[in-house]
Design a protein around this ligand. Structure first.
Ligand code: COI
Length: 355
């Protein structure tokens, strides 16, 4: 982004002068709160994205025959911005989200912004909504980039026009349990992804597909659902909104990326953090039976960060970990990752980006 655009953003927001929005910062959950600005950039099917701009946050207009509405031609991303004590704002590996969106766009026959366009757009949107970034220690600003077929189609085909949009919302903990362990149930009938399908990209349909199992699980008091592979119904895949890790002694295992599992950026970061902390990390097929004698289980994701798992129920059998308390390994990895993301420890990995 050119310096003049940054200035325009800053002067635009000068009417909303308070450093912080007037909301209850102590009770943020993971619910949508409208903020001041969103970013929009469009492009034709065979064109390139250009002329993105910030607009006041609000409803968007779209033809009822838009590709995204009719055939689900859409992707999303999720990343967070943290406010530091010194007032600086940090993003965590935003170029990884940009690259993942590009990978997904290729699978979904969509053009996508360049990594530079993506990151600059994220920065502009965060700056324009600065007063919505929670104070240090109170949460983060969740950034939601969308890429969608916004042009009209009737027969099944890629849409003729695409919209890249970013909106943001302040968030705290994802699960209602807060930082307490979550309780998972394994689903053995419904599947999230199939080989050759879209499980490995962040297409909107992957998330609609889990709602039925997730709703049933929540109605029974579980926090979320853990999916098994659809071929053998034996190997762990992921949870509706996050990746999964299993700890046994000094070894941490997580299902290998093979097209049906979302390549989480937190997943990838935790693998590196765990190795740097002296753990052995294995990316491989993890069989459901391994949950029986695991020491600890945790989930990772941008929204969930590192969430300890207190119990997993499979075919009416419940296995508990660390007596339902927070596991020491989950706690250690959570602590290192979040301190890095918040700029509280030295970023030797060069993962954080100042806005
Ligand atoms: C994220 O962790 O950012 C996601 O995109 C998952 C979503 C279901 C909240």
């Amino acid at each position: 982004r050119s310096p003049s655009m940054r200035d325009a953003v800053l002067s635009d927001t000068s009417s909303e002068t308070a450093e912080l929005a007037d909301i209850d910062w102590d009770n943020l959950g993971f619910a949508f709160l409208p903020t001041d600005y969103m970013y929009i950039m469009k492009c034709a099917r065979d064109g390139d994205f250009s002329k993105g701009e910030l607009q006041r946050f609000g409803n968007i207009e779209m033809t009822p025959s838009a590709g995204v509405l009719n055939y689900g031609q859409g992707l999303f991303e999720g990343l967070k911005a943290y406010r530091k004590e010194d007032g600086n704002i940090l993003l965590f590996r935003p170029e990884e989200n940009a690259l993942r969106m590009r990978m997904g766009a290729e699978r979904m026959c969509m053009p996508s912004p360049t990594v530079e366009q993506f990151v600059e757009a994220v920065k502009a949107t965060v700056l324009a909504n600065k007063r919505w970034i929670p104070p240090p220690g109170k949460g983060s600003l969740y950034i939601r980039p969308l890429l969608m077929g916004s042009g009209a189609v009737l027969g099944l085909a890629p849409a003729p026009e695409y919209t890249f949009l970013i909106y943001v919302s302040p968030v705290g903990n994802y699960f209602k349990e807060g930082v307490a362990p979550i309780h998972l149930i394994i689903e053995h009938e419904l599947h999230r992804a199939t080989p050759g399908g879209t499980g490995g990209v962040k297409t909107i349909g992957n998330y609609a597909a889990v709602l039925k199992a997730q709703s049933a699980a929540k109605a029974k008091g579980y926090s979320d659902v853990l999916y098994l592979d659809c071929l053998h119904k034996r190997y762990l895949e992921e949870v509706s909104s996050c990746n999964i890790f299993v700890v046994k002694d000094n070894v941490i295992s997580t299902p290998a990326i093979k097209g049906t599992i979302l390549p989480g950026i937190t997943r990838k970061s935790i693998i590196d953090v765990a190795r740097s902390q002296g753990f052995q990390v294995e990316e491989r097929q993890v069989a459901v039976d391994e949950l029986l004698d695991a020491d600890e289980v945790f989930c990772t994701g941008t929204a969930v960060v590192v969430s300890p798992v207190g119990s997993i129920t499979y075919m009416d059998k419940r296995v508990s970990y660390r007596d339902g308390g927070v596991g020491v390994v989950s706690q250690q990895l959570y602590s290192v990752l979040t301190r890095l993301q918040m700029g509280l420890i030295e970023d030797k990995m060069d993962w954080t980006v100042e806005v």
